[in-house]
Write a protein that binds this ligand. Structure first.
Ligand code: TPP
Ligand code: SF4
Length: 351
């Protein structure tokens, strides 16, 4: 963890985007996550994506729930709007904000616990409404912030820090999103910036709900059983005057792979992840085929990455509900409150 304030200086030669801003203008506060946490790589990719799209930072709204992942909006786009909500409730806060002002770029950052357990209903309804937002699911298979319990995305047979083996089948967010009508479904890996940045850019540009599931390793829960230097052993055998925790720095896992290939990535805890990047012949406009493809690859032990499905023809929440395109905060009091006569006229229609 670091509590050092991020220096504001930047090199005059840094590349500038169409707005004349540098990458630094899209950064946020210093991360307090564990060194090597996949979530930090996703933050860097979000910074890159917003910079490359030349989104004015004040036109962005970042939303999250609770968890290590949900802390990350503090680490990018300091000049944008932000709301850190309650665990699992980000989607409904995003829905309300979006209804009030549909002209911002909404970026929701969530964890697999936040989305697939406590927030599952909220997630499903935001998808169902085709809320115009980028929803980034930072998926590490555990509850990082509450110290490594299995989450609903943990695979059968995966071992927790304390050795227990998960027996509950996982929920695959991509298959779930596909099955409930999501109009943009993608998956990536935090270490594959080459793939992740374009997917985030596409998600930010999509009109409707864009879900990007990003496999993001949690480096803290990789200490092995039996070690006398493990966190567990140390906690059991030493008497601490204060409760403190130390997380050894780990290195970020990076991976580059060609379209259509399968690549094995070794995680910090020694487990293997088989990433299958969709090939050029893959058709992301066929929902049924995408579902079948994902299920088949999953049964082969592979995690498919890339743009899995896109439907640009479906109206978003604003169009379906016929909501005002003008943000409520610019409408003026007379429009927001047209007075008793107008209210009486509306009520008369229902008598
Ligand atoms: C209503 C409520 N229930 C439970 C918690 C405890 N809690 C905080 S974060 C968290 C899980 C976070 O896991 P995840 O969403 O996967 O994010 P990660 O920390 O792994 O990034 C839990 C259970 C809480 N803060 N609020
Ligand atoms: S506990 Fe895990 S998820 Fe949380 S910051 Fe550390 S490495 Fe990341």
């Amino acid at each position: 963890m670091s509590f050092i304030a991020k220096p504001k200086v930047s090199h005059p030669g840094l590349p500038r985007n169409a707005l004349g801003l540098t990458l630094r203008d899209y950064e946020g506060g210093m991360s307090t996550l564990c060194a090597g946490c996949g979530h930090d790589s996703i933050t860097a990719a979000l910074v890159q994506a917003a910079f490359e799209l030349s989104i004015p930072p004040h036109r962005m709204a970042k939303l999250s729930g609770i968890g290590c992942s949900s802390k990350t909006p503090a680490y990018f786009a300091s000049a944008s709007h932000g709301f850190n909500s309650v665990h699992g409730r980000m989607a409904s806060v995003a829905t309300g904000a979006n209804a009030a002002n549909g002209q911002l770029h909404y970026i929701g950052v969530s964890g697999d616990g936040d989305t697939l357990s406590i927030g599952l209903g909220q997630f499903c309804h935001a998808v169902r409404r085709n809320l115009n937002m980028l929803y980034v699911l930072e998926n590490n298979g555990v509850y990082g912030l509450t110290k490594g319990q299995f989450s609903a995305s943990a695979d059968v047979g995966s071992k927790a820090k304390k050795g227990e083996v998960n027996q509950q089948p996982p929920i695959d967010p991509c298959q779930l999103a596909l099955s409930i009508g999501c109009t943009f479904v993608a998956r990536s890996f935090s270490g594959d910036k080459d793939q992740l940045v374009p997917l985030l850019k596409a998600g930010l540009s999509h009109r409707g709900f864009a879900m990007v599931d990003v496999i993001s390793p949690c480096v803290t829960f990789n200490d092995h059983e039996g070690s006398t230097k493990s966190y567990d052993f140390t906690r059991k055998h030493f008497h601490a005057a204060i409760y403190a925790d130390y997380v050894p720095p780990a290195t970020e896992i990076r991976s580059r792979q060609a379209a259509g290939s399968v690549r094995e990535v070794t995680m910090h805890d020694g487990s293997r992840l088989l990433l299958h990047k969709v090939g050029a012949d893959y058709d992301p406009s066929d929902r049924v085929a995408a579902f079948e493809y994902l299920s088949r690859r999953q049964s082969e032990g592979q995690v498919v990455t890339g743009l899995l499905f896109i439907d640009e023809g479906k109206p978003d929440m604003h169009e379906v509900q016929n909501l005002a395109t003008e943000p409520l905060n610019t409408m003026g009091y007379a429009n927001l409150n047209p007075g008793q006569k107008a209210l009486d006229a509306i009520q008369a229609r229902f008598r």
